[in-house]
Design a protein around this ligand. Structure first.
Ligand SMILES: Cc1cc2nc3c(=O)[nH]c(=O)nc-3n(C[C@H](O)[C@H](O)[C@H](O)COP(=O)(O)OP(=O)(O)OC[C@H]3O[C@@H](n4cnc5c(N)ncnc54)[C@H](O)[C@@H]3O)c2cc1C
Length: 457
């Protein structure tokens, strides 16, 4: 049995920045992190770069688990804004939320971010141009670290914190108990005790977190799920936008249904990749900062939000069911040419081989209309035509649509302004809380709670 003051479950963005802050504050608080994944250097997806389209379901998924969490293999786009990426500000206040995100940005730069460029929508003329077509560009600053630099920064943070924080890799936390004011945390290898436990288990820990909440009687509320596709186009089509703002969050209200569709996670010169959430394969994207790894394509998601209330409440289950359907038909991710989709035909191997665009992910050519419900698909098609007005070429026949992209949001866990649950000493931070859904805000929540806990000592 190992005894600590604070146990952090999960070494994703939230857990890493919490460990950083405890180390920085240096009050000799005994802290450990437990993660079911491994160190950043050992995180390698075994099918990456191989001619395999379907996931081989490793015991722990290297893309989602381990030091750096879901963001460890990402290209580290840190958006500094209260406009999207979560609503941490509803707990901290708007000013402090921005301050915390700026602090995280500063640490990233100190830890190897160096000259990574900061982009801003505020100074760009794209906003006015987009408005002409009812396309709304949200204000944000974004630092793009790049996949390669992001990994190095995480390694540097690990080297900094490891002297003062114990990090237990490849251990999965199964249960948390509270007896006589102290927590006991059980893993598949050991038992730990602490007076404070911080759950930072992210989206991949969503089911486990729900079980913990149920056990302690902590209230949760169903969140939304976003469904859509990942679009891949020649980088030249969006170059005039990405060179100025890098990642543009553009929102459009469709004429047909009045639904909001938005662009998300834009990766100029990037790659489309698989994502694994609880064994379901969906799609995502990233891009390197080093031009030698650049592709000729840009990718981004087009997403439609869905929230359910009665009698069905489980938004994530809805998203999972749609993703499972694509996994069933394609063995993983499906890919379709936009021209085939609007013509109502499947993209088969023959049509796919004649595509002018070279795909960056090996996916199964197929028919997304058999997977994505009509409403969301109509929304996406309408958005593609709208974007074609500011980025001609967007609606070309060879524009590739990978599906499905699903953004799962954890149930909103009832936490107070300190991100503490109704169980004293039990905190939930990052995406696992349903409060954040981005690297900046998850990291900021870790810094925030580390400071609050440090004040208790
Ligand atoms: C491919 C990809 C690209 C992305 N790109 C971006 C981006 O550019 N910008 C952006 O803002 N966001 C991006 N995101 C989202 C971003 O990664 C998340 O918002 C962020 O990582 C959330 O941090 P977190 O600490 O809350 O959780 P996570 O990063 O998910 O970390 C949770 C950790 O908890 C561990 N864990 C879970 N359950 C247990 C358990 N029971 N026992 C032990 N350990 C457990 C997991 O192994 C994991 O390491 C991306 C996500 C993916 C998958």
């Amino acid at each position: 049995m190992l005894n600590y003051d604070v146990i952090i479950v999960g070494s994703g963005a939230g857990g890493v920045f919490m460990a950083y802050e405890f180390t920085k504050i240096n009050k000799n608080i005994k802290v450990c992190i437990i993660d079911r994944g491994g160190p950043i250097g050992k995180r390698i997806c075994p099918i990456d770069g191989k001619k395999i389209t379907s996931c081989i379901h490793c015991k722990t998924c290297s893309i989602m688990n381990g030091f750096g969490g879901a963001g460890g293999m990402s290209d580290g786009k840190y958006n500094i804004t209260n406009n999207f990426g979560g609503d941490l500000y509803t707990h901290t206040g708007k000013e402090l939320a921005i301050e915390l995100m700026e602090y995280v940005d500063k640490v990233n730069l100190e830890m190897g971010g160096g000259d990574a460029k900061l982009y801003s929508t505020v100074t760009s003329d794209i906003k006015a141009e987009a408005l002409k077509y009812d396309l709304h560009l949200l204000d944000a600053k974004v630092r793009h670290l790049g996949t390669d630099r992001n990994r190095q920064i995480l390694q540097n943070i690990y080297d900094y914190v490891k002297e003062s924080v114990d990090i237990h890799f490849y251990e999965e936390v199964s249960s948390i108990e509270k007896n006589d004011g102290r927590f006991s945390v059980e893993t598949d290898k050991d038992t730990y005790t602490a007076s404070q436990v911080v759950i930072a288990a992210g989206r991949s820990g969503s089911k486990w977190i729900s079980g913990i909440c149920e056990k302690f009687g902590i209230e949760t509320k169903s969140n939304r799920v976003d469904i859509g596709v990942r679009v891949e186009i020649p980088a030249a089509v969006f170059e005039h936008i990405t060179s100025k703002v890098y990642e543009s969050k553009i929102v459009y209200r469709t004429k047909k249904y009045g639904d909001l569709v938005r662009t998300f996670c834009m990766n100029p010169y990037g790659e489309v990749v698989n994502e694994n959430t609880n064994g379901i394969i969906t799609v995502n994207g990233h891009s390197y900062s080093d031009p030698k790894y650049h592709t000729e394509n840009t990718n981004f998601a087009l997403l439609v939000s869905n929230t359910f209330s009665e009698p069905f409440k489980d938004s994530n289950l809805y998203g999972e069911s749609i993703a499972r359907l694509s996994n069933m038909l394609g063995g993983g991710v499906l890919v379709q040419r936009f021209g085939d989709l609007v013509a109502g035909r499947r993209t088969n191997d023959h049509r796919f081989s004649q595509c002018f665009l070279t795909p960056t992910l090996k996916a199964t050519p197929g028919d997304l209309s058999l997977v994505i419900p009509k409403r969301q698909l109509d929304d996406i098609i309408e958005m593609i035509y709208a974007l074609d007005k500011i980025a001609p070429g967007m609606a070309n026949d060879d524009t590739l649509l990978y599906g499905v992209e699903v953004k799962f949001y954890n149930s909103k866990i009832l936490v107070d302004e300190n991100l503490e649950t109704s169980v004293k000493g039990l905190y939930v931070i990052g995406d696992g809380s349903g409060v954040t859904h981005s690297l900046s805000q998850a990291s900021a929540s870790g810094v925030y709670v580390a400071r609050l806990i440090s004040d208790l000592y």
